[in-house]
Design a protein around this ligand. Structure first.
Ligand code: ADP
Ligand code: MG
Length: 676
C-alpha cells in the first residue's frame, strides 16, 4: 500500500490558491462557449492530479480519494476515467451519491461538460426516476440505494468497470452496505475498480477495512487535500429560541453591513427553509429601489430539477445570492462564490431506538466535523466569515462526528435486502462498522412477524419479492396483503402518495387560510391516508391539470410524480400477479390493509389530545397538517406513516383503526413467531 502525503500533491501554496481565486472571479461571469466551459473545468484543483490518479486506478484495485470539497472529485473523476477508456466495450462507470439531489444536479452538470444530452452518455438513476440509457450511458450517477438494489439482480455488478462510492464520509446505510458487498464482489471479479471518495474521510479506517484480505499493495490512498482561505467564525452571545428567524436577521445584517459575496444558510428541512424564505422575501420587498438587493433561493431534496439548478445560475450584476439549504450543500453540492455561511448548528437525521422500536426523523445538533465543513464553504476561493447561530460554549458539547447511519436506523428493509443477496449469516458479513446487535435482532423479529422470513430466518417467497420492491418493507407488505382485502387499486395510489413529499402547498400569493380551506375538500374523516387518496383521485379525474392543482392548493410536481411512482409500482404488482381491484369505497377494508403495513406504528389517543405509542409507550403529538390534528378518532386508535422529532415527537399521516386489527394483522403474528 502507498500513501500520498497530504500536501505533497495538494494545491500547494497559498499563492497557488490566490491565482485560482482570480480565476474564480473571472469564471463567475456567464459563459456560453464550450471553450470557456473547458477552461473553467481545467481550473479545478483535481486537474493537476489527473495523470497520477489514472495511473493509480490502473495499478490498484481500490483507490481512496480524499480531497477538499469543490476540488472536482464528483464531476471530474468519472470524466477522466471515461476519457481514458474505462467505459469501453459497453462497460459503465458508476458514481454513487447518498442524496438524490446530488445525483441529479451533478449528472446534469457533467452532461453539459461532456456535451451529452442528459440520459445519453451521461445519465442518472434515482428511485422512481431513471434518466439513463441501458446501452448508451457510459457515466451513470445514481443513489447508493439504487446500486445496492441492482446487486440483487446482478450480483457481480457486471456492467461496471469502475464504481466510485462518493461522499463515503456520510456513511449512509447503503454506502456502508455497498462497500461490504463490493469488497466481496472484488474477490470474484478483481478487474472491478473501486474508488472511495469523500471530503473528510477517515482514510485510515477505510484503508484498514479494504487492506484486510486484499493482495498487498492493492489499496491506495490519494490525498488531494489543499489549503483553505481563513474563515472567521462568529458566535451568538445567547442561544436563540428560533434559529430560522435569527438566520434571516443575520442574512439581512450581512447584506447591509458587509461587502460583496454570496451567502449560504444551513437549516434542516423544507419547512424551515420556506419559513426563512418568507421572512427574507418580506425584507427584500421593503428595500428602497436604489439599494443593492439580494435574491433568496431554496435548496433541498424535494425540489424540481430546474429549481435545484437555479442555485448555480449567475445573478444579475449587483444582486447578492442567498442560498438557503439543508446539509446537501455541506459537501455533496458545491456552489461557487460563497463568502458568508450562516450555520443553524442543526441537522435532520434518521434515528431509531431499538428498545422502543420507534424510528424518527430528528432534528439534532450537528457534529463538530459538520460545523467545520460548513464553515469551510466560506473559504473556498477567498477568505470568508461563518456565523454560527449558537454560543461558542456549545461547540464543546457537539459530537466529534456523525455516527454511521447503520448504527442509528431501523434495519428492517436493509436486512431483508442483504438476506436476498444471499448474505444469510449477518454476523459473517464484513461490516465497515457493525450495527448494534439489538437493532439487527429487532429487524429480524419484525421480518419474521410480517412473514418475510420464516422461523429459521430464511427468506420466504413473499420476502424475496418484497426485497425487490423499491419501497420500504411495510409499504411493500401492504401491496401484497391488498389481495386479501381486494383493494390493490387504492393501496397502490396511497403507497405512491406516501413516497412523494409536500403534496399540499400554499400557492404563491394565496393566503394560508384559503389553502387550508381547499385542503379540507379532500378530507376523509378516517384520516390522512384516505385524504391523500382523495387528492390523487381528484387529480386523475380532472385530467392531471396543473391549473386544477393550483386552485386546490396541491403541488403539481408532487402529484405528477405520484402518478409516475404509481405506474412503476403497478408493474411490480403485475410481476407478482397481485390483482388491482377496487374496494369500491369500503374504507374499512382499506384501513385493515393499511394496518398490515403500519402495525408497528400504532398509537392510542390520550385525554389531553396527545397519543401514546403502542410499542415503547412514548408520548406523541399530531403534526398540525394532519386532518386528525384537532379531532379525536372515534375508536381512539391510529396508525401513522412517520414520526418527526423536533422539540416534541410529532406523527404525520394518520389513519384511524380498530385496535383488534392490530392483533389480527400484526401483533398476533409477532407473538406466534417469536414464541416458537
Ligand atoms: P467535489 O466533488 O470535489 O466536492 P465537484 O466535482 O462537486 O467537487 O465540483 C467541482 C466544481 O464544479 C465546483 O466548482 C462546483 O461549483 C462546480 N459545479 C458542480 N455542479 C455545477 C453546476 N450544476 N453548475 C455549475 N457548476 C457546477
Ligand atoms: Mg463531491
Amino acid at each position: 500500500m502507498q500513501f500520498w502525503k497530504p500536501g505533497t500533491i495538494g494545491p500547494g501554496s497559498l499563492l497557488d490558491r490566490a491565482s485560482e481565486a482570480e480565476d474564480a472571479v473571472l469564471s463567475s461571469a456567464p459563459m456560453s462557449t464550450t471553450l470557456s466551459l473547458q477552461a473553467q473545468k481545467q481550473r479545478l484543483p483535481i486537474f493537476k492530479h489527473r495523470d497520477k490518479l489514472l495511473r493509480a486506478i490502473e495499478t490498484h484495485g481500490v483507490l481512496i480519494v480524499v480531497g477538499q470539497t469543490g476540488c472536482g472529485k464528483t464531476t471530474q473523476l468519472p470524466q477522466f476515467l471515461y476519457e481514458s477508456g474505462w467505459a469501453a466495450e459497453g462497460s459503465v462507470i458508476a458514481c454513487t451519491q447518498p442524496r438524490r439531489v446530488a445525483a441529479t444536479s451533478v449528472a446534469t452538470r457533467v452532461a453539459v461538460e461532456v456535451g451529452s444530452i442528459l440520459g445519453d452518455e451521461v445519465g442518472y438513476t434515482i428511485r422512481f426516476e431513471d434518466l439513463s440509457d441501458k446501452h448508451r450511458t457510459r457515466i451513470r450517477y445514481m443513489t447508493d440505494g439504487i446500486l445496492f438494489r441492482e446487486a440483487l439482480i446482478d450480483p457481480l455488478l457486471s456492467r461496471y468497470s469502475v464504481i466510485m462510492i462518493d461522499e463515503a464520509h456520510e456513511r449512509s446505510v447503503y454506502t456502508d452496505l455497498l462497500l461490504g458487498v463490493i469488497k466481496k464482489i472484488r474477490q470474484k471479479r478483481p478487474a472491478l475498480r473501486l474508488i472511495v471518495s469523500s471530503a473528510t474521510i477517515d482514510a485510515a479506517a477505510f484503508l484498514e477495512y479494504f487492506s484486510s484480505g486484499s493482495p498487498p499493495g492493492d489499496v491506495m490512498v490519494a490525498s488531494l487535500e489543499g489549503r483553505m482561505y481563513p474563515v472567521e467564525v462568529a458566535y451568538l452571545r445567547e442561544p436563540t429560541p428560533d434559529y430560522v428567524q435569527t438566520a434571516a436577521e443575520v442574512v439581512n445584517n450581512i447584506h447591509t453591513h458587509n461587502g460583496p459575496g454570496d451567502i449560504l444558510v444551513f437549516l434542516t428541512g423544507r419547512e424551515e427553509i420556506e419559513r426563512c424564505l418568507q421572512y427574507l422575501s418580506e425584507v427584500v420587498s421593503q428595500f428602497p429601489q436604489n439599494l443593492p438587493t439580494f435574491s433568496p433561493l431554496p435548496l433541498y431534496s424535494g425540489l424540481g430539477t430546474a429549481e435545484q439548478l437555479q442555485v448555480f445560475a449567475p445573478m444579475q450584476p449587483g444582486v447578492r445570492k442567498v442560498i438557503i439549504s439543508t446539509n446537501i450543500a455541506e459537501t455533496s453540492v458545491t456552489i461557487d462564490g460563497i463568502k458568508y455561511v450562516v450555520d443553524s448548528g442543526f441537522v435532520k437525521l434518521r434515528t431509531y431506538n431499538p428498545t422502543t422500536l420507534l424510528s424518527s426523523l430528528s432534528i439534532v445538533k450537528t457534529s463538530a466535523a459538520s460545523a467545520a465543513q460548513r464553515a469551510g464553504r466560506a473559504g473556498r476561493t477567498s477568505s470568508g466569515v461563518c456565523h454560527r447561530l449558537y454560543p461558542s460554549f456549545v461547540l464543546e458539547s457537539l459530537p466529534v462526528a456523525t455516527s454511521p447511519e447503520l448504527t442509528r436506523t431501523d434495519l428492517t428493509t436493509p436486512i431483508l435486502r442483504l438476506k436476498s443477496l444471499g448474505i444469510d449469516d449477518l454476523m459473517k458479513f464484513e461490516w465497515v462498522t457493525s450495527p448494534p446487535a439489538e437493532s439487527v435482532l429487532r429487524a429480524i423479529e419484525g421480518l419474521v412477524a410480517s412473514g418475510m422470513l420464516d422461523a429459521e430466518g430464511r427468506l420466504t417467497d413473499m420476502g424475496e419479492k418484497v426485497a425487490e420492491c423499491p419501497v420500504d418493507v411495510n409499504i411493500a407488505r401492504m401491496l401484497f396483503t391488498s389481495k386479501g382485502f381486494r383493494c390493490g387499486d387504492e393501496i397502490l395510489s396511497i403507497a405512491a402518495m406516501t413516497t412523494v413529499q409536500d403534496v399540499f402547498v400554499i400557492p404563491d400569493g394565496a393566503p394560508g387560510a384559503l389553502a387550508e380551506l381547499e385542503r379540507r375538500k379532500f378530507t376523509a374523516e378516517e384520516g390522512d391516508h384516505i385524504t391523500l387518496l382523495n387528492a390523487y383521485n381528484g387529480f386523475i379525474k380532472y385530467g392531471k391539470s396543473s391549473s386544477w392543482c393550483r386552485s386546490h392548493a396541491l403541488s403539481f410536481r408532487a402529484m405528477s410524480r405520484a402518478v409516475s411512482v404509481r405506474s412503476q409500482l403497478k408493474k411490480y404488482m403485475h410481476r407478482f400477479s397481485l390483482p388491482i381491484e377496487s374496494c369500491d369505497g369500503d374504507a374499512r377494508r382499506l384501513r385493515q390493509c393499511l394496518v398490515t403495513g403500519y402495525w408497528q406504528n400504532s398509537a392510542k389517543w390520550c385525554e389531553d389530545g396527545t397519543y401514546v405509542s403502542v410499542q415503547g409507550k412514548i408520548s406523541l403529538s399530531v403534526h398540525p397538517n394532519s386532518v386528525l390534528f384537532t379531532r379525536k378518532p372515534k375508536s381512539g386508535w391510529v396508525i401513522y406513516h412517520e414520526m418527526e422529532e423536533t422539540k416534541k415527537k410529532q406523527i404525520r399521516v394518520l389513519t384511524e383503526i380498530e385496535p383488534e386489527w392490530l392483533l389480527e394483522h400484526g401483533y398476533k403474528l409477532r407473538d406466534n413467531h417469536t414464541s416458537t
